[in-house]
Design a protein around this ligand. Structure first.
Ligand code: 5GP
Ligand code: ZN
Length: 112
């Protein structure tokens, strides 16, 4: 999608600090981190939300990439959280499916 922020990151039209990449996924640091480790894992193709991602058979790819990011960031033993925000009550702002990987500190229940 031409007007999608995360599609632009995939296309290298907007810079991002990329920490992990597979054939189908890209992971980069959140620009406004809520924890010492806050990485976004996205499918390279545009899907609106987690349900569309699952229907396309790519949810597993994103979750495997999230686990790889956690291992790379050294937060598997200390623990981490993977979140898909959906809808306004969750504070969702970007409509390209993405998983937040959060860790590196004790996490409160709320993301924001
Ligand atoms: P949402 O609230 O939609 O689940 O999360 C969107 C996330 O994208 C937010 O945590 C926000 O900080 C992050 N974000 C928004 N714009 C950019 C950007 O241009 N670059 C990066 N790396 N993260 C962004
Ligand atoms: Zn997109």
């Amino acid at each position: 999608m031409s007007d999608c922020l995360f599609c632009k990151i995939v296309a290298s039209e907007i810079p991002a600090t990329i920490v992990h990449e597979t054939a189908t996924t890209l992971a980069f640091r959140d620009i406004n981190p809520h924890a010492p480790v806050h990485v976004l894992v996205i499918p390279k193709e545009h899907y609106e939300d987690a349900a569309a991602l699952a229907e396309a058979g790519l949810a597993g790819d994103v979750l495997i990439a999230a686990a790889a990011v956690a291992a790379q960031e050294g937060i598997v033993e200390s623990g981490y959280r993977v979140i898909f925000n959906t809808g306004p009550d969750a504070g969702r702002t970007v409509f390209h499916a993405h998983a937040h990987v959060l860790g590196g500190t004790g996490l409160s229940l709320r993301l924001g």
